[in-house]
Design a protein around this ligand. Structure first.
Ligand code: F6R
Length: 609
C-alpha cells in the first residue's frame, strides 16, 4: 500500500503535494518523493524516512511549478532508500511515474529494457514503467500509456506525467484505489479522499481498467480500449478524520475489511497458474536445501506467535518436518536446541519486535538457517534474516493485528506447501486442491464480510459478560487462541482459549450458567469429538456460539447460535474462521465504548523487553 497525489492548476503544486502526502501517510511511510515541472525540466526530490524528511529537504528551495505528482511509499520491491522512492523516471528524466501496487512481470520487462540500453537506477518494479513509457513514446502520451498498460501485469494505481505534454497527467488503476478531485480551474489526484478533502468534495472514483487524462480544466475518462466512460460525481460528506479511515469508524474495522485484498496481494504471483505449486522467487530452494532441514523452530510474539502455532500444524501435516513453536521472549533465554540443521522462522508484522530480533540473533549465533515472514520491507528482522517471505498486507495501523495475521497464515501455508513439494510429501492432486482453495480465498473472505449483522448482535448481547471461553480442536484450537487474544486486548473482557479436549482437566469448573463459550468446529477429522465437548459445556448451561462451515446442519442441534464461514479446505478454514472472531472482538469493544484502535497499555510495535 502506498499513497499517491497529483496536482494541476494555478497554484504551486508542491504545498498541495506535501500536504496531501501527509494525509496519506497511513498508507505507507518508509520514504516519499515529489516531481514538479518547472517549465523547463521535471524536478524530482525524494527521501527515505517519514514525510518530514522530504519536507525538510525541500523546505528552503521547494520545486516550483503548477503540475506535479507525489508518493509516500510502503516498500514492496526494493528496500526503503532514496533510490527506490518514487517518483521514478526514465533515462532522460522526461517521463515520470508513481505507482501503488505490484508489477508482477517486471523482471522480464526489465531484462528486455536493459537489453535495449535502458539504465536502471533502482531495485523497484515501478521503474520499468517509466522506461516503458520512454521506449514507446512517439508524440502521443495517451497512446503510449495504453501500450504500457498492455505490457504490464499485476495490480496498480499509476500516475504518469511528461515534460513533452506538460498540461496533462494521465492516471489509471487496477485493484488499487485512485480518486480525482474536481476543483475550479484545478484538479487533484489521490489514492484516497483525505488527501483532497480540504480542497474539494467533488470527486470521480476511478474503477478498474479506467484511464483518465486530467488537465487543470478537464477530466476525460475512458476504458483501456479508449471508449469514453461517463462518470458520476461522488460528493464526499465525511469529515477529514473519517475520510482517513476510508469512512470506517476505526482503523481496525477498515483493516478487517481489507483482508480479501491483503490475501490476494500476498498470494499474487506465488500460486502457479497450473496449480502445480508455490512460486517463491525469494527462496529458490532445491531438494537438497530442504533435505538438510531436520527441524523447524518458529519464533514470534503475540498474534504472530499464534500464526506460528497454525504454521506448526501446516508444516508437520503437509511437509512432515518436526516443528516447535515458541514465544520469542522464552526462546532467547533458554539455550534453545537449534543448529545448522534447523530452519528458524521468525514471524513479525512490524519486523521490529525486540524479543523476536534478539531470538533471531540467538538462532543465527547457534548456526541455524533463518527465514523471516514479515510485513515490512527493510525492517530490522528482514535485514537480519538470511531470507524473507513478505506478507503484502499493507501498513497496519490499529494496534490489534488482523490483516497481518491472516496474511501470516497464508505465508506459513505457502511455505508448508513449498516444503512439501520439494520433499515429495504431497500428492500433486492435493497440492492442486490447496492452490485452488487459496485462489478462492479472497472471494470467500469477501463473502464472509458481507453480512456481519449476526456477529454484531452477539457482541451486543454478550459484550458485557466478564468471561468468555473459546474452545476448539486441532487447527480450530490454534485459531481459538487468536480469537481470545483479540477479545482481551481490545474489549478488556477476560477470555481464554482451550483445546476442547482439555476442558475436563480443570477449566470445566469455570463453566456455569450463562457463560459464553465460542466453539470452533470447522475441522471434520475431529468433528465428533468436538460435538462431545460442546455437549459437555451445554450440560453446564453455558451459552454456546458454534463456528462452523456452511452446510453443517448438525451443529445447530447442539448450540444456541451459529456463525457460518464459507465451506473451505480444512487448511484454509483458519484463515476464514478468524474473521468472525475479529469482528466479535471489534463489536464487543465498540459496545463497551473501548478505545478500539489504541487499547490501554498496548503499543503497535514492542521495541522494548
Ligand atoms: C496483537 C498484536 C501483538 C503482536 C505482537 C508481535 O493484536 O498485534 O500481539 O502480534 O506484538 O508484533 P509483530 O508481529 O510486529 O512482531
Amino acid at each position: 500500500m502506498c499513497g499517491i497525489v497529483g496536482y494541476l492548476g494555478p497554484n504551486q503544486a508542491t504545498p498541495f503535494l506535501i500536504e496531501g502526502l501527509k494525509k496519506l501517510e497511513y498508507r505507507g511511510y518508509d520514504s516519499a518523493g515529489i516531481a514538479v515541472f518547472d517549465g523547463n525540466v521535471i524536478r524530482v526530490e525524494k527521501s527515505v524516512g517519514r514525510l518530514n524528511a522530504l519536507e525538510q529537504l525541500v523546505e528552503n528551495d521547494p520545486p516550483k511549478g503548477h503540475v506535479g505528482i507525489g508518493h509516500t511509499r510502503w516498500a514492496t520491491h526494493g528496500r526503503p532508500s532514496d533510490a527506490n522512492s518514487h517518483p521514478h523516471t526514465d533515462c532522460s528524466g522526461d517521463f515520470v511515474v508513481v505507482h501503488n501496487g505490484i508489477i508482477e512481470n517486471y523482471l522480464h520487462l526489465k531484462e528486455q529494457l536493459i537489453a535495449k540500453g535502458h539504465v536502471f537506477t533502482s531495485e523497484t518494479d515501478t521503474e520499468v514503467v517509466a522506461h516503458l513509457v520512454e521506449e514507446y513514446y512517439q508524440g502521443n502520451f495517451e497512446e503510449t500509456v495504453k501500450k504500457v498498460l498492455a505490457a504490464i501485469e499485476g495490480s496498480y494505481a499509476l500516475v504518469f506525467f511528461t515534460k513533452h505534454e506538460p498540461d496533462k497527467i494521465i492516471c489509471t488503476k487496477q485493484d488499487n484505489p485512485l480518486v480525482i478531485g474536481l476543483g475550479d480551474g484545478e484538479n487533484f489526484i489521490a489514492s484516497d479522499i483525505p488527501a483532497i478533502i480540504n480542497h474539494t468534495r467533488k470527486t470521480y472514483i476511478l474503477s478498474d481498467g479506467e484511464m483518465a487524462v486530467v488537465t487543470k480544466d478537464s477530466v476525460w475518462v475512458t476504458n483501456r480500449q479508449g471508449v469514453p466512460v461517463s462518470k458520476k460525481v461522488f460528493e464526499v460528506n465525511w469529515d477529514a478524520e473519517a475520510a482517513e479511515k476510508g469512512g470506517y469508524e476505526h482503523f481496525m474495522i477498515k483493516e478487517i475489511y481489507e483482508q480479501p485484498k491483503a490475501i490476494r496481494e500476498t498470494t499474487l504471483g506465488r500460486l502457479a497458474k497450473d496449480d502445480s505449486g508455490i512460486i517463491f522467487d525469494e527462496l529458490k530452494w532445491t531438494k537438497d536445501d530442504v533435505a538438510a532441514i531436520k527441524k523447524i523452530a518458529i519464533v514470534a510474539c503475540g498474534t504472530a506467535y499464534h500464526a506460528g502455532i497454525v504454521g506448526k500444524y501446516y508444516i508437520e501435516q503437509l511437509a512432515r518436518i518436526p516443528v516447535e513453536v515458541e514465544v520469542a521472549s522464552e526462546f532467547r533465554y533458554r539455550s534453545p536446541l537449534v543448529d545448522e540443521k534447523t530452519l528458524a522462522v521468525f514471524i513479525s508484522q512490524s519486523g521490529e519486535t525486540l524479543d523476536t530480533i534478539a531470538a533471531l540473533k540467538e538462532a543465527k549465533k547457534l548456526g541455524a538457517r533463518t527465514l523471516a515472514i514479515t510485513n515490512v520491507v527493510g525492517s530490522s528482522i528482514s535485514r537480519e534474516a538470511d531470507q524473507v517471505i513478505y506478507t503484502w498486507a499493507g501498513p497496519e495501523i490499529a494496534v490489534a493485528s488482523t490483516k497481518a495475521y491472516t496474511t501470516q497464515l497464508i505465508g506459513v501455508l505457502m511455505l508448508a506447501i513449498y516444503l512439501a513439494s520439494l520433499r515429495g510429501t504431497l500428492a500433486p492432486e492435493r497440492t492442486a486442491q490447496l492452490i485452488q482453495g487459496l485462489k478462492q480465498l479472497p472471494a470467500q473472505a469477501h463473502e464472509l464480510l458481507e453480512d456481519v449483522e449476526p456477529i454484531k448482535t452477539f457482541a451486543q448481547q454478550y459484550g458485557f459478560n466478564e468471561d468468555v471461553f473459546f474452545i476448539g480442536r486441532s487447527l480450530d484450537y490454534a485459531v481459538a487462541l487468536e480469537g481470545a487474544l483479540k477479545l482481551k486486548e481490545i474489549s478488556y473482557i477476560h477470555a481464554e482459549a482451550y483445546a476442547a479436549g482439555e476442558l475436563k482437566h480443570g477449566t470445566l469448573a469455570l463453566i456455569i450458567e450463562g457463560v459464553p463459550v465460542i466453539a470452533l468446529a470447522t475441522q471434520r477429522d475431529v468433528y465428533e469429538k468436538m460435538l462431545s465437548n460442546i455437549k459437555e459445556v451445554k450440560a453446564r448451561d453455558a451459552v454456546v456460539i458454534g463456528l462452523a462451515m456452511q452446510g453443517d446442519e448438525e451443529i445447530k442441534k447442539y448450540v444456541d447460535h451459529t456463525i457460518f464461514i464459507p465451506a473451505a479446505e480444512k487448511y484454509l478454514a483458519p484463515i476464514l474462521a478468524v474473521i468472525p472472531l475479529q469482528l466479535l472482538a471489534y463489536y464487543a469493544a465498540v459496545t463497551r465504548g473501548a478505545d478500539v484502535d489504541k487499547p490501554r497499555n498496548l503499543a503497535k510495535s514492542v521495541t522494548v523487553e
